[in-house]
Design a protein around this ligand. Structure first.
Ligand SMILES: *[C@@H]1O[C@H](CO)[C@@H](O)[C@H](O)[C@H]1NC(C)=O
Ligand SMILES: *[C@@H]1O[C@H](CO)[C@@H](O)[C@H](O)[C@H]1NC(C)=O
Ligand SMILES: *[C@@H]1O[C@H](CO)[C@@H](O)[C@H](O)[C@H]1NC(C)=O
Ligand SMILES: *[C@@H]1O[C@H](CO)[C@@H](O)[C@H](O)[C@H]1NC(C)=O
Ligand SMILES: *[C@@H]1O[C@H](CO)[C@@H](O)[C@H](O)[C@H]1NC(C)=O
Ligand SMILES: *[C@@H]1O[C@H](CO)[C@@H](O)[C@H](O)[C@H]1NC(C)=O
Ligand SMILES: *[C@@H]1O[C@H](CO)[C@@H](O)[C@H](O)[C@H]1NC(C)=O
Ligand SMILES: *[C@@H]1O[C@H](CO)[C@@H](O)[C@H](O)[C@H]1NC(C)=O
Length: 472
């Protein structure tokens, strides 16, 4: 049934995008600027449905003469109704204010064409207790689809009955949304038609005493701050929503929109789209206003999970080291494809460990925080979380074994949402890949540069570890 739906979709849509469950909301410019196409759904950072951008032109195909012999993936789960923080801090207050306003005589949305839908609009989250943090209906399909795409990409790395399929593993942190994403992914890997057990999902604890041996190191790091970045992001929120509030006020609805209301409506564009398939909140904002919303989360994640949080590289490093060691090992016959499902935090932490998307490298400044001014957008920034952690966003490491006229030997490349992302000064191999020994040096050097997990986190419990050992 699920499979049938996928086939139907790809026939109906002539331009096949990563996943076309949701129609794009595209803002265009005047008739002389036909190249300008602004897809709102690609600027919602962690609320963006999965998409791929390729700005550096590198092909995701293996370079000629090269074969991918091993790969390790770290994947964020599929679409959810809302995360608990967004729901409690942002959506719920707006929904309440909207509800209250419906009984006020001086509030009338029907006169404002853009906002008239609010007269009859109801929340897509109808039962927060049951829905918040859960996969949406489309979530399972997205993860299934992702599994099928990896099956196309790595047919030679999938287990067959002969190579003992029953021991093939996929890892998932323990939350329902990550576990369910892994299950749906697993079904997709085999087209959902395999009747025998074809492997197992290994659940990894999300506890506070896991040390580094977890896919959710932010939860076992006492010094990790969930609220980091909120202060800075809020300054920007107050700043950029001013003009939106004025624009809405001029529509004469009588509803006094607050900064939080604007944030909630922008988040609802994303959440309602993955719940209902589309959202009338998307077209009410301009491209400029979407870029401001995107910048809000880029600021927040910069201070919470990126280069603005000094501990970030130490939290991502255990996965980088463990996965790089897997790639470096001589070829084994048991498993060559390592897929792990986790939450939005981990891919961002891993990118800082790898030294990718560091604004400072481009700006040439030492104080990274100055690359996030709070009174204007830094349009030059490298840290754009829409491109990093959309739903199902992932970081992957591929080992390429090459035997061509130009390149012989083993190489490693990083993929971010399927697209190659060359490492700084470690890109002399084919198509921007890094020779395996240089790559291992690169990882060793970065590993040595940052404090180990337990130390940087101030871990107090005795049985902590600095090593991610789930793959051995
Ligand atoms: C909604 O109205 C109720 C009752 O008048 C009030 O207690 C509550 O604070 C209001 N909520 C918001 C978010 O305005
Ligand atoms: C809201 O405004 C519209 C158009 O001006 C009007 O027809 C309608 O009766 C108003 N609704 C309320 C509840 O006042
Ligand atoms: C497959 O792996 C299982 C678990 O390690 C083992 O018990 C079984 O003998 C293996 N089967 C084959 C055909 O190698
Ligand atoms: C997670 O899923 C399990 C099994 O499907 C269910 O029993 C449990 O209530 C779910 N947990 C939450 C927090 O929803
Ligand atoms: C440490 O012990 C706790 C409590 O028994 C356990 O939950 C946790 O997984 C252990 N941590 C490690 C890194 O083994
Ligand atoms: C909006 O603000 C104006 C001016 O402060 C006030 O008169 C009006 O009652 C407010 N409307 C609502 C719905 O709170
Ligand atoms: C950036 O700001 C954060 C939070 O204030 C701070 O912890 C960090 O050290 C700053 N980074 C630099 C390079 O100054
Ligand atoms: C980011 O880049 C700056 C400038 O090159 C460098 O000083 C800093 O160490 C980098 N941060 C990390 C975590 O790699």
């Amino acid at each position: 049934m699920v499979l049938l739906l996928l086939i139907t979709l790809s026939v109906l849509t002539s331009t096949y995008d990563a996943i076309d469950l949701y129609p794009p909301y595209t803002i265009t410019a005047g008739p002389t600027y036909t190249a300008y196409k602004f897809n709102i759904l690609q600027h919602l950072t962690a609320l963006s449905p999965y998409f791929e951008t390729n700005t550096n032109g590198l092909s995701p195909d293996p370079p000629p003469g090269c074969t991918v012999v091993k790969a390790a993936y770290l994947v964020r789960h599929a679409s959810i109704y809302a995360n608990d923080y967004d729901y409690e801090a942002t959506l719920y207050p707006f929904l309440q204010r909207l509800k209250n306003a419906s009984s006020l005589e001086n509030v009338n949305f029907s006169c404002a064409s853009d906002l008239a839908f609010l007269t009859t609009w109801t929340s897509p989250i109808t039962d927060s207790k049951k829905q918040v943090e859960k996969l949406t209906i489309s979530g399972g399909l997205e993860a299934f689809h992702f599994g099928t795409r990896l099956a196309y990409r790595y047919p030679h790395l999938l287990p067959t009955k002969k190579t003992n399929a029953s021991v093939f593993k996929v890892w998932a942190s323990k939350a329902n949304r990550t576990r369910q994403s892994a299950n749906a992914f697993f079904a997709g890997l085999y087209g959902g038609i395999q009747e025998d057990t074809i492997g197992q999902v290994i659940l990894i604890a999300e506890g506070e005493e896991q040390g580094a041996n977890t896919l959710t190191p932010h939860k076992s790091c006492p010094r990790f701050s969930d609220s980091a970045g909120a202060k800075e992001a809020d300054i920007w929120l107050k700043y950029y929503t001013g003009s939106i509030i004025a624009r809405f006020a001029a529509m004469g609805t009588g509803f006094n929109f607050s900064a939080n209301d604007v944030l909630a409506m922008q988040e609802l564009c994303g959440y309602e789209t993955v719940i209902r398939g589309s959202s009338l909140f998307c077209p009410i904002f301009t491209s400029d206003e979407w870029l401001s919303f995107e910048y809000y989360f880029d600021i927040k994640y910069h201070y919470q999970l990126g280069y603005g949080a000094d501990r970030s590289p130490s939290l991502g490093m255990p996965w980088v080291v463990a996965s790089s060691n897997l790639l470096n090992e001589a070829r084994t016959t048991d498993q060559d494809l390592y897929i792990s499902f986790t939450h939005r935090q981990k891919p961002l932490l891993v990118l800082t460990s790898l030294g990718l998307y560091n604004n400072s490298c481009y700006a040439g400044v030492d104080d990274i925080n100055t690359t996030f001014p709070l009174d204007q957008i830094n349009h030059q920034r490298a840290w754009r979380t829409s491109e990093l952690i959309p739903v199902l966003g992932h970081v992957a490491l591929e080992r390429l074994d090459c035997a061509s006229v130009t390149h012989t030997g083993s190489f490693v490349r990083v993929l971010v949402n399927s697209i190659p992302k060359p490492l700084p000064h470690c890109a002399s191999g084919p198509a921007g890949s890094c020779p395996l020994p240089h790559y291992m040096d690169y990882v060793q050097r970065r590993h040595a540069l940052y404090e180990k997990f337990s130390k940087t986190c101030g871990v107090r419990y005795k049985n902590t570890t600095d090593v991610l050992a789930i793959y051995s």
